[in-house]
Design a protein around this ligand. Structure first.
Ligand code: ADP
Length: 370
């Protein structure tokens, strides 16, 4: 590189890549994206190549232009990541870690010494004797797609007609869900942010509250230690989300995502170093930034595509009403239920923060008009 500032290649050009652009600009680091389409959320505002991430030669040609390659989704075939590594490309996280965010069965097996729901990989309904259970596609699921509550043998048999192999898990009657975002560098430096409570509706995260308000100090420590231990155990490089169920004083690992994650969107304003900046630092093996919170509470609300097409006009009302509210728009086509942006609000009074975020989401979706 002529200017000595490296180029980070991100496979994918959705909102996660888009939100990495600001931090990359600030650091002076170059970004190059592999986009599906030049209209993709991040391709609209950043250098990119249009190509298919499932095509080895396309990804190889892309990687040659980058000093380090990372991802913003889990769909890149592991064989492609391994081929890049064999070519000598620096891929972070590496295939050896990344597999645990792609393959839920491999993740369960690899992390068997950590607390998790009881689980089995099954190919026949006769292998399960107690119901209800949770069945999961081993790879490819997201936002609740690929996860089913199964009440009896007949339902499991029906599912196994479509998918020959499923991960079946004990249904954990949890009190609430949290995520711990962790970052780890090749030097082994690692940091966590305050655990976040994630609130889901129909399998989609709608809101996060940080720090998770019901989590005791002791459990918060335990959850952060768990995330750090997992990051170390699998040698992840970059940012990782560890999704956890909380039941009383017990923690159960749900799943891992090895990239900036919806559970960490609050860090953009809510933390000294956002998950997007931290991911860049980590994959570049720079010293990690301070993950402390910049306010007592941070509430994030996901803007889901609804009745309203025009997402600009609502700014007038909402910005006038709540000047502290921060908007992040992904510039994606509005489709019902699709995550098209989020809002962040920081402060001390959690009840007020939650009410304001809920109001903003209802106003943005067209559910209320004042
Ligand atoms: P996705 O890949 O779609 O994010 P997850 O594995 O996170 O799938 O599961 C989606 C949701 O299903 C979780 O947020 C949780 O609410 C529920 N769920 C998943 N596994 C279990 C389980 N073992 N017990 C109870 N609920 C579960």
């Amino acid at each position: 590189m002529s200017n000595h500032f490296p180029t980070v290649g991100i496979i994918g050009a959705g909102q996660l890549a888009r939100m990495s652009v600001g931090p990359a600009v600030a650091l002076g680091v170059n970004l190059l994206l592999l986009a599906n389409d030049s209209h993709d959320s991040a391709a609209q505002i950043a250098n990119h190549i249009v190509g298919d991430y499932r095509d080895l030669e396309t990804v190889r040609a892309f990687a040659r232009k980058c000093d380090v390659v990372t991802f913003e989704h889990e769909l890149i075939p592991l064989s492609i990541i391994k081929s890049l590594e064999a070519d000598g490309v620096v891929v972070r996280p590496s295939s050896a870690s990344f597999i645990y965010s792609q393959d839920k069965a491999a993740m369960r097996e690899r992390l068997s010494k950590f607390p998790a729901p009881k689980n089995w990989v099954v190919t026949s309904e006769n292998e399960v004797s107690e119901y209800p259970v949770i069945a999961k596609a081993i790879s490819g699921g997201y936002d609740g797609r690929g996860v089913w509550k199964v009440n009896n043998k007949a339902e499991l048999a029906a599912l196994l007609k479509d998918v020959s192999k499923l991960l079946v898990e004990e249904l954990v009657d949890f009190d609430y869900e949290i995520a711990v975002m962790v970052a780890r560098s090749p030097h082994g430096q690692a940091t966590t942010w305050a655990p976040t409570q994630t609130i889901q509706r129909d399998g989609i995260c709608t809101m996060t509250i940080s720090p998770a308000p019901q989590l005791s100090a002791a459990l918060s420590e335990k959850a952060q230690k768990l995330a750090l231990d997992i990051a170390n155990e699998i040698g992840v490089v970059g940012v990782m989300a560890v999704e956890i169920f909380v039941k009383g004083s017990e923690l159960f690992i749900n799943e891992l995502a090895m990239r900036p994650h919806n559970s960490g969107h609050w860090t953009i304003e809510g933390s000294v170093t956002s998950q997007f900046e931290q991911h860049l630092r980590a994959v570049l093996d720079l010293p990690l930034g301070d993950p402390s919170m910049s306010a007592p509470f941070a509430v994030m609300g996901n803007i889901l595509g609804g009745a309203k097409e025009d997402m600009y006009r609502p700014y007038l009302h909402l910005m006038a009403r709540t000047p502290q509210l921060k908007f992040h728009h992904y510039k994606k086509q509005v489709r019902p239920g699709r995550k098209i942006g989020h809002v962040n609000l920081l402060g001390e009074n959690l009840v007020e923060l939650t009410q304001e975020v809920e109001h903003a989401l209802k106003y943005l979706s067209g559910e209320i008009d004042e």
